[in-house]
Design a protein around this ligand. Sequence first.
Ligand code: NAP
Length: 536
Amino acid sequence: MDTVNPLLVSSASGLKMDVNGGEMSKNPTLICAPIMADSIDKMVTLMAKAKASTADLVEIRLDSLNNFNPFEDLNVLIKQCPLPTLFTYRPVWEGGQYGGDEKKRLDVLRLAMELGADYIDVELKVAHEFIKSIGGKKPEKFQVIVSSHNYQSTPSVEELGNLVVKIQSTGADIVKIATTAIDITDVARIFQITVHSQVPIIGLVMGERGLISRILCTKFGGYLTFGTLEAGVVSAPGQPTINDLLNLYNFRQLGPDTKVYGIIGKPVGHSKSPVLYNEAFKSAGFNGVFVHLLVDDLEMFLRTYSSTDFAGFSCTIPHKETAVKCCDEVDPVAKSIGAVNCIIRRQSDGKLFGYNTDYIGAISAIEDGLQARYNMSSAAGSPLAGKLFVVIGAGGAGKALAYGAKQKGARVVIANRTYERARELANVIGGDALSLDDLARFHPEDGMILANTTSIGMQPNIDQTPMPKDALKHYSLVFDAVYTPKITRLLREAEETGATIVSGLEMFIGQAYEQFERFTGLPAPKEQFRRTMSKY
Ligand code: NAP
């Protein structure tokens, strides 16, 4: 894999010139709705939906149709479409569904042009001949997109550059390159190509690891992105919905100067952080976007996306501990916990600073729960002082909870699947360790506090619990760091046995307050965070 020059992965030169040499608007990137259906009637219905969704154009996938009568059907599709049309008739040899005669296929695309299509997409392999064949007959506003699809990987920057030159040499009006992300850092190479392109270019990277290519093309000079009308009904792997582009990522407001933030994790798709921060960025008028970042290798990710455009990250499973080593400086609390969940890139020199905001929200929500249960006033000091506090898990969240509880004067016991990790953490903070097997039998006293910090019970495994219901009767308060679902099986059963319960949502909101302030320098919109999260 080639090294990416971090300076190049910057959007500073991201504005393109239009044909007259004038500067285009901040974000001219179009949203294209792929239309796939087996009948013309269904396609017409979908086109109306695309218009209602405020897409800018539709891509009509002729290869998804059954019983296609070119002249009649193209006429209907073009006349009835309320949006500009892009026709694609993708052959099997380029990943589409059309398996018939090549000449007939290209005749259909020529016919679409003659009948008033705005764009057609033609594959690189046949583009030269095709464009020659329409020479002189091209309507003025009509444009040919010449596309290349790589379903295996994303080539090197040099190879991609050569590909662009090859596509341009066919006479393409717009260059389209779609590749596949094996790793999220593959997308950086596509950004390098699109941001420096002097011709209109579509550069998209397929798959979950390529998602940012479909959102940040606004920042890095992409001509268009695809947004689906319905979740999961995609014409290529990894396409987001138009609704998410517009309402989750604020697509229309993004531009070359937008700062990029994100949640780094694996898995990460379940995280609600993008909803929370993007809504807050929007209402604060802050020029940032917060994305899901499915990262396999944290060090490589941070090295690749090292420009100050990538301004801050939240960090979750399984990277919080590695993050300590990847930062240039780590806050003393995060250092003692041994886990970083918030990384800030200093804008003056690009240096990375690591923090831990995990424990604050969780510990204060647990204190609130205990105060309410025992009718205590906050003036009486922490209700955790002297309590037996059992933490299940010794990862990032486990360390944070154990550290926070110890700080408040609790006696801490760590139980973990890997006993050695429990032992190690117990030694560091000054507590005891248990194996998970011994946990259910551990009840030296009643009124203990239990905090699950493993992912047991998290969606989709919502029937799982780290503790048999019967053993919960010894606990007065049970906290679960898992927040999808809000009420886990552990919390439901704890409530049934009479314990006070505290959801991971409280921890989530608490840590988010502090991260927002570090990301933006603005006060966190606490009430808005609560309202946003109450929808889940
Ligand atoms: P982490 O650093 O990877 O640690 C995971 C911990 O869970 C380890 O102790 C691991 O045990 C244990 N574990 C994982 N799968 C297990 C299984 N099947 N059975 C038993 N133990 C298992 O992860 P983390 O960042 O601490 O996050 C842990 C959980 O907390 C996640 O569900 C995350 O979503 C949640 N969380 C929530 C918030 C919030 O704001 N609510 C914040 C942070 C984290 P081993 O040591 O044996 O591997």
